[in-house]
Design a protein around this ligand. Sequence first.
Ligand code: NAP
Length: 259
Amino acid sequence: MDLGIAGRRALVCAASKGLGKACAMALAREGVELVILARTPGPLEQAAEEIRRATGAKVATVAADISTDAGRAAALAAIPDPDILVNNAGGPPPGDFRSWSREDWIRAIDANMLAPILLIRSVVDGMVERRFGRIVNITSSAVKMPIPNLGLSNGARAGLTGFVGGLARQVAHANVTVNNLLPGPFATDRLKDNFRFQAQKSGTSFEQEWQRRQSENPARRFGEPDEFGALCAFVCGARSGYITGQNLLIDGGAYPGTM
Ligand code: NAP
């Protein structure tokens, strides 16, 4: 299926590994020109080279922290007028809410709520003028089904989700869509970190947690990042202009509700 976005230009945040990188790879396969961003230069360059080799796409890199003003300025200097924006950042640490300070909350809100909102503010009017824009926010299945020890994530992402719900309806008339993708468990470093925390807390081992969580999922496995990338590319496709303001779960059926 040709998604009709060859030649479009995308900024993909937090994309040196995991889900962000998978989104970048899937967009590059569609002929999209990329700027990818992460904080650590080495793995970022490696990811860019891997994507170039696999797809032949043009890929530039920005080593920056997207949760900071300086990081966002560096990203926008590299690509001030993207057709596609994929918002992503590392998730906040797990823990007990009793131990989180105001600063911990501000860090989570900066990375997982305000960074995407401020980037959207910088690019959305240009998308409206050009009559094309695709904005995808990587959030979490925790938006629909909060995860008890990930309170910082549950809270910050709920704020972003509410904002996006209103914004999407303001820009849909100009073929600009804003959607959230909600990953369930995907086999990435983030998931491994969470399971290490869980194993420590419950006195089990990492391997036990890994097996248990796989067997609990209706698909009896974790998601593969390239499955997530494929959904991202589809939502960014030219024919996806009527899908907006949605919270799209991709979790192997783990969320038990009908809506
Ligand atoms: P991951 O494998 O740990 O990758 C995170 C990526 O983000 C890396 O490229 C990292 O590179 C970059 N990054 C982190 N903080 C950043 C920042 N402040 N500025 C710029 N780049 C940053 O994580 P993932 O599993 O792909 O998760 C992506 C997002 O989805 C996270 O918010 C996570 O909480 C959420 N999520 C994941 C799952 C899952 O099962 N994997 C489930 C639900 C939600 P640097 O460290 O070099 O910056």
